[in-house]
Design a protein around this ligand. Structure first.
Ligand code: SF4
Length: 377
């Protein structure tokens, strides 16, 4: 393996192999990393020009009660914890009404507990749908679909259909963690297998629901596990074409059990940049959008990671519980105007997108990017 080969392939938009992805992930020299970021930046520029998107959204974590014991999670609470909650529709409604301007999307997910039944969750979803008919509801990870399928004794397809009827518009590609069963057994042994995760996403796609795809990295995984994950996602995308974006999620070790077992000397921000860059190159021909997370990386690092191949700044995220519970230090909301002005400040063109990146269906020259003035009107 060598840089000449990688440069030739990425320059011609040829697919990288798993071994090439592993080789890139193993690079640590600053000069190598600069070279990697440059290639990823060029690939992104060919695909997305100077456009940087973001979505005006809100996370609705309908409950934090969860019976699972994923070692990376401090969001979950037991039912008898004084901090346990189950949201009522009135809570959700008032939060949504407090949002600045018009919300485009809510992400609707929760813990997995016998205390919270599928029908209750569907009722919440239906109420959201009828009160906020224009808001896109991005809902349920494959793990939730699996959990509710077991609860009601129905196949995945039926659970997804009922969720769709209640108002779900697309599926969350979360709970993927690492799609490699060796690592899954160590960090989330109660969760479905990699095959199960892919099967549920594919079932949702067959029913017309797009999804995202995520990876949780920065814990026990090795580059080979990451490459296995990438291959599963790329294979899935080649079958269905309904993955809208890839979202690398950096593990936040503070206050988690898994945090005691990870390499604390690792430069986590540098690793995050490398993950963004390698995923851009690996998915170059299949997934156009690579997201960076300001909640995980911090605002300034997230902006900087746009030079390593990312093209989406994630969401305004009016309420973000999961990362803060796990020791993340970043805030829970960035105003719309800040997205616009900061993206403009670094010489990029901000675009407020919807969940499905509809603006990419029109040709760029015809597209009207947002400007600070328009957004503040
Ligand atoms: S990651 Fe999800 S399933 Fe696992 S313990 Fe946390 S809330 Fe429960």
């Amino acid at each position: 393996m060598n840089w000449e080969l990688i440069e030739r392939k990425t320059g011609q938009s040829l697919d990288l192999t798993d071994a090439e992805a592993v080789w890139l992930l193993e690079r640590t020299e600053p000069s190598d990393l600069e070279r990697l970021y440059r290639l990823a930046r060029e690939a992104n520029s060919r695909l997305n020009g100077r456009f940087v998107s973001f979505v005006h959204n809100m996370n609705v974590n309908y409950t934090n009660i969860c019976d699972y014991h994923c070692t990376f999670c401090e969001f979950k609470k037991s039912a008898d914890s004084p901090k346990a909650y189950v949201l009522r529709f009135e809570d959700i409604k008032s939060r949504m009404e407090q949002a600045e301007g018009k919300l485009s999307e809510i992400t609707f997910q929760g813990g997995l507990s016998r205390e919270v039944k599928f029908q209750e969750v569907l009722n919440l979803l239906s109420q959201i749908r009828s009160h906020f008919p224009d808001v896109h509801v991005h809902a349920f990870s494959p793990e939730e679909i699996h959990y509710y399928a077991v609860e009601i004794g129905e196949p995945y397809v039926e659970v997804i259909r009922r969720a769709q009827e209640a108002g779900m518009n697309s599926m969350c590609g979360t709970a993927a963690e690492i799609l490699d069963d060796e690592v899954r057994r160590k960090i989330c042994s109660e969760k479905i297998s990699s095959d199960g995760w892919c099967e549920i996403i594919e079932t949702g796609h067959a029913l017309g629901l797009s999804s995202t795809a995520t990876i949780l990295f920065g814990h026990l995984e090795q580059p080979e596990h990451v490459a296995n994950h990438f291959r599963r996602i790329r294979d899935l995308q080649r079958k269905t074409g309904m993955i809208t974006e890839f979202i690398p999620l950096l593990f936040m070790p503070d206050q988690t059990k898994l945090g005691q077992a990870v390499d604390r000397a690792l430069d986590r921000i540098q690793y995050a940049f490398k993950m963004i860059a390698v995923s851009r190159l690996y998915f170059m021909n299949d997934i156009r959008n690579i997201q960076t997370s300001w909640v995980k990386l911090g605002w300034d690092n997230a902006l900087e990671s746009l030079a390593a191949g990312a093209n989406d700044m994630s969401g305004t995220l009016y309420s973000e519980n999961i990362t803060r519970e796990a020791g993340g230090r970043n805030g829970e909301y960035v105003p719309l105007a800040q997205f616009v002005s900061e993206i403009e400040r670094i010489g990029k063109i901000p675009v407020e997108r919807d969940t499905l990146y509809s603006f990419q269906k029109s040709r760029y020259p015809e597209h009207q990017p947002v400007s600070s003035e328009r957004i503040l009107q």
